[in-house]
Design a protein. Structure first.
Length: 246
């Protein structure tokens, strides 16, 4: 089966996620985390991409980066994973795949979901119950945002909302789910057809004028069908904020 084409980002930003095969650990000890970080730093220096956020968990990794030219993401991840997996397999005397399937990437634009995505990435250790305070987790970009450094590109986020607000939005667990699904983007026609088929042939544009309770019920049904907030917004004309809160 042919691989799905990667959705292209107009801004060049991508949310990348990869995990261990069958959810097994890809980091066994601190030295492994440090080696992954070392490779990423070397690649960033060589390929000149931007890195807005990262978080290494025991069995998966999140990255938010901006490629310089189309195709850089594939090259970055290929080199990162090949080098890391080769050393990991030698060190632990294993063979075969370490990463489940290929990495997943999702195009990201600079909109109202950009900062919440960074928060989501940083809060992985908190959601997993590893730490209560994000400053205590060593293997994410949160510390560099707080204390400074020269690896992570923090200025864009601070320019968008300011450092004080950036810190505040990290203090409460974020509700949005930014998991990377790795699926093809539906066309406008496919979205419209999916809504009509599953919501009793209601025209998507009619949903906005319904009573709030009925509207929210239908919006929840659309989300349960696997449609993203962005796709529902495009089809119905209803704002993302209303869809997210429904």
């Amino acid at each position: 089966m042919a691989r799905k084409a990667r959705q292209l980002s107009e801004s060049g930003f991508y949310h990348i996620m990869f995990r261990g095969i069958n959810h097994q650990n890809i980091f066994e000890e601190e030295e492994d985390f440090e080696y992954m970080l070392e490779i990423l730093k070397d690649l960033k220096l060589e390929l000149k991409f931007e890195l807005q956020a990262y978080c290494f968990m025991s069995n998966h990794v999140h990255l938010l980066l901006k490629e310089v030219k189309i195709g850089d993401v594939s090259n970055i991840l290929k080199r990162l994973l090949i080098k890391y997996v080769m050393k990991f397999n030698r060190k632990y005397q294993r063979s075969g795949a370490l990463i489940g399937s290929r990495y997943k990437s999702k195009a990201v634009e600079i909109d109202e979901y950009f900062i919440p995505l960074i928060v989501y990435i940083h809060q992985n250790p908190m959601r997993a119950g590893i730490v209560k305070n994000l400053i205590n987790y060593r293997y994410s970009s949160y510390r560099e945002y707080i204390h400074g450094g020269n690896f992570v590109d923090v200025q864009l986020a601070f320019d968008l909302i300011g450092k004080e607000n950036w810190i505040k939005v990290h203090e409460q667990l974020i509700e949005q789910n930014f998991e990377v699904e790795g699926r093809l983007k539906l066309t406008e026609e496919e979205i419209q057809r999916k809504i009509k088929k599953n919501i009793q042939n209601i025209e998507p544009q009619e949903i906005e004028s319904m009573e709030k309770a009925e509207r929210n019920l239908i919006l929840n049904q659309l989300k349960s069908l696997g449609l993203s907030i962005r796709e529902i917004e495009r089809a119905t004309g209803i704002s993302r904020g209303i869809i997210a809160k429904s």
